[in-house]
Write a protein that binds this ligand. Structure first.
Ligand code: ARG
Length: 595
């Protein structure tokens, strides 16, 4: 039983003893006392007035006295109008710190044998260009959400669907064939995904030139676009690909391999990974089969031209194309096939798709279709829909080549962190300094993105993100490093942090408040999980760090003369460090031993 539950049952007992009132847990809310008042927890007495038949002040006073006399945890109380503020005894806080200290995975619930299986899809790139800033937000959110769901005792499977086929892939292939002169990642020294991205851009450049030329000859824009030989060739290539043409397939294989090598490097640097990767080229035919099956069962219908549709008008939506007249599949088709394969592979209880909010409608439709097709989790699929991310300069545009590249961005963040720290890390080896710059640079990027509510659009401000003051990753990392340094100094001085503290210590409100904050960590993780909201953890860690820094400023630790208090403060610091590290770890952010 934690302290809040203890107080709750004492209040219930008190209401019974004082007013013969049978309250249940829902009536008795134990809140955290507001900063401007004295106390740790506050009980609102208004719901008890009907039973007490007394004023709010008298009711609170009587209940306070009962608690002080009957519940050992309650040391003091004060009444402000209908609010009963309780001060918890120092010994309770010491015991609580002992419990937290004994639990090295404090806050984390491990999955039991029969825990639900949650599959989280994130990243899901196309193989025609490198990952960009939008993918960064996607990957960070997906990875953090997976950690949070696992910390709530779920079995988590991280998955990715790679959209590796289609006209956009053929465009890069064709441009490479025409203008590439056999260039490879090895011959050019370019990362594979960047190389392919360059050819995607090259296709677009040549295509636009063609269209312009045709328009000069008197064609309208539409006519020119339809007549463009390059686009025709790309479409022909796709037909060949679908027919399994060996030459096209082997070119496709080779170029996609380059892209995957590039993606792998990006994922590794970002610190994200997947348990199982699906490829659209393996799933789109399965999707087609499922759609035809549904057609037979009367779930879908065929139009005169032979195209297959789902009628969603009775759901308040429109009609949705599932197979084109020529029998080829669309984006939705592959998602149905991917779902089928995933469902065959894993006992999925909940499916979460981390995909930007521009696809809200797509997932609304997908949920209905999967439900019709009999997928148990179909209707309840979660579209974890996140907002757009921009740089301060303005919107990022794809195709024009002004996209914010994920690799460049990470590299720049790390370089900035390195510059900012060069003096302070003078005693480190070059290798250590490099690793710290990586941790801090990426920490700045990750934290700045993850502290924002995922549903909101945001601007990533590189300069602000790496500021050592304020609600930033480096500020939190710096506090962690400070705690580690204190603990190292203590160890050097031969002071050991005890496993368990004796009670009887008189603690300050600041110290008790810090333990109280630590005690909230499990419910913060629970909330982040039930709301699918990693930012809750980011903001909790920030508040904890602010509070700890005030404590550090106001109290001495190693210079404290009372040996017991010194040990207490070391243990407190150690556990604040542990919670920072666990919290940041859930966000996918490393914390450095020094910085
Ligand atoms: N590759 C797609 C894109 O870049 C996103 C895929 C999202 N996931 C899905 N299951 N549809 O737009």
């Amino acid at each position: 039983m934690n302290i809040e539950q203890k107080i709750q049952s004492a209040v219930i007992a008190g209401l019974k003893a004082l007013y013969q009132f049978e309250a249940d847990e829902k009536n008795v809310q134990v809140l955290k006392t507001k900063k401007e008042f004295e106390g740790h927890y506050t009980i609102v007495v208004f719901p008890f007035l009907r039973a007490s038949k007394k004023s709010p002040e008298t009711t609170a006073q009587e209940l306070g006295e009962y608690l002080k006399n009957n519940e050992k945890a309650v040391a003091e109380f004060n009444v402000i109008k209908g609010f009963l503020n309780l001060t918890i005894a120092s010994d309770c806080w010491t015991e609580m710190l002992n419990d937290i200290n004994a639990d090295k995975d404090f806050g984390i619930k491990h999955a039991s044998e029969d825990a639900p299986t949650v599959m989280i899809e994130y990243s899901s790139p196309n193989t025609n260009k490198p990952l960009h800033l939008g993918h960064v937000r996607n990957n960070l959110l997906g990875n953090a959400l997976a950690n949070v769901m696992a910390a709530n005792g779920n079995k988590v499977i991280k998955t990715n669907i790679v959209n590796d086929r289609g006209i956009h892939i053929c465009k890069s292939m064709l441009a490479w064939q025409k203008y590439g002169n056999g260039e490879t990642p090895a011959s050019s020294g370019k990362k594979g995904d960047h190389l392919i991205g360059d050819y995607y851009v090259a296709f677009d450049k040549h295509y636009k030139a063609e269209v312009a030329e045709l328009m000069e000859k008197g064609m309208s824009k539409e006519e020119a676009e339809a007549a463009s030989p390059l686009m025709k060739e790309a479409r022909e290539m796709l037909v060949k690909w679908e027919a399994g043409d060996p030459e096209v397939r082997s070119l496709w294989k080779m170029m996609n391999e380059w892209v995957y090598e590039g993606f792998d490097e990006t994922y590794k640097m970002m610190g994200v990974s997947f348990d199982k990767i699906y490829y659209e080229s393996d799933t789109y035919l399965v999707g087609k089969e499922k759609v035809l099956e549904g057609l037979e069962k009367g779930l879908f219908f065929k139009k005169e031209d032979g195209s297959v549709w789902a009628d969603l008008t009775n759901e308040g939506l429109d009609q949705k194309l599932l197979l084109r007249a020529d029998g080829t599949s669309v984006y939705m088709t592959q998602d149905i096939g991917t779902a089928k394969l995933r469902f065959d592979d894993y006992p999925i209880n909940k499916m979460i798709y981390v995909v930007g909010n521009e696809q809200n409608y797509h997932f609304q439709v997908l949920a209905i279709l999967l439900d019709r097709l009999g997928f148990e989790w179909g209707k309840d699929l979660v579209h974890f829909s996140y907002g757009m991310v921009e740089l301060p300069e303005g919107k990022m545009k794809s195709r024009e080549g002004t996209v914010v590249d994920a690799d460049d961005l990470m590299e720049k963040m790390i370089a900035t962190a390195k510059e900012a720290s060069s003096d302070r890390l003078a005693e480190c080896t070059e290798e250590e300094a490099t690793d710290i710059a990586r941790i801090v640079g990426l920490g700045a990027l990750k934290y700045f993105i993850l502290k924002v509510d995922a549903t909101k659009n945001m601007t990533f401000n590189p300069k602000e993100s790496i500021d050592f003051n304020g609600n930033t990753g480096p500020f939190i990392q710096y506090t962690y490093a400070r705690i580690r340094s204190i603990l190292r100094k203590a160890a050097e001085a031969g002071i050991t942090v005890p496993e368990k503290l004796d009670t009887g210590l008189e603690l300050s409100l600041k110290e008790e408040g810090l333990i109280q904050m630590l005690s909230e960590f499990p419910s913060v993780i629970a909330q982040a999980g039930s709301d699918y909201n990693p930012s809750v953890i980011a903001n909790y860690v920030y508040e904890l760090v602010k509070e700890y820094n005030q404590f550090y400023h106001d109290f001495s630790i190693l210079r404290e003369e009372n040996e017991e208090l010194k040990k207490f403060r070391l243990m407190l610091s150690q556990n604040v460090g542990k919670v920072i590290s666990t919290g940041m770890g859930l966000l996918g952010i490393e914390v450095p031993e020094r910085m």
